[in-house]
Design a protein around this ligand. Sequence first.
Ligand code: 13P
Length: 250
Amino acid sequence: MSRRPLIAANWKMHKTTPEVRSFVSAFWPKVSAGTERDMLICPPFPYISTVDEARRDTRIFLGAQNMYFEEKGAFTGEVAPGMLKDLKCEYVIIGHSERRGIFGETDESINTKVHAAVKYGLIPILCVGEKKEERQKNLTEQIILRQLEKNLKDLPDTAFTNLVIAYEPIWAIGTGLNAEAKDAHDAIALIREFIHSKFGENSAENTRILYGGSVKPDNMKLYMSQKGIDGALVGGASLDPDSFAKLVNY
Ligand code: 13P
């Protein structure tokens, strides 16, 4: 089967209301002719509705960068899965390395969030990837497998009809040091093999696996030409409408 490529923008903590509006109006005309690629914008929480309004009559998908796993309650500063559904999000990024590293998210809480996303009908984009020291010590495979084992624990096979994994080597994020295409290919093949062995062939075939880490218009084609890489999760180069359009039209 063929998986639809997914090109996802993680805007992190960037943009204001007028910037969000002008981005979408400049971006959409540059990509609207293509039909076979999915494109997704994940703005900061306060701009989810702004993107939703601006994307009307487009085929842009909407996602959040994080969420909490509880339905509601006394969790100051948190956002519930049902709230994201209410705001028309289709996707949610879970376990981004900045959430793990800066905000102390654990493999266990990430697992609970993946379960919550599936329960609420949000498509999780689970991020995994190794640190620089771990790669230098040849621990890349071990780290990725440990994250997958813990983050996907107890998921039913049915969850894999719509699940996305992003391989984001931490040393490549925001550094301009993008992974070699072969290394990205090998890590993504490892992820697919893991899913195959734990959750079956259909799950492995259905899961879209993205590369993320200093993806730019001039290296996108190289990644997308690797077998098994189904798209990209992009930070810096997704902030400019011309550059993000080039990534979608790679
Ligand atoms: P950069 O594209 O800025 O390296 O960020 C990657 C990333 O963290 C996407 O989630």
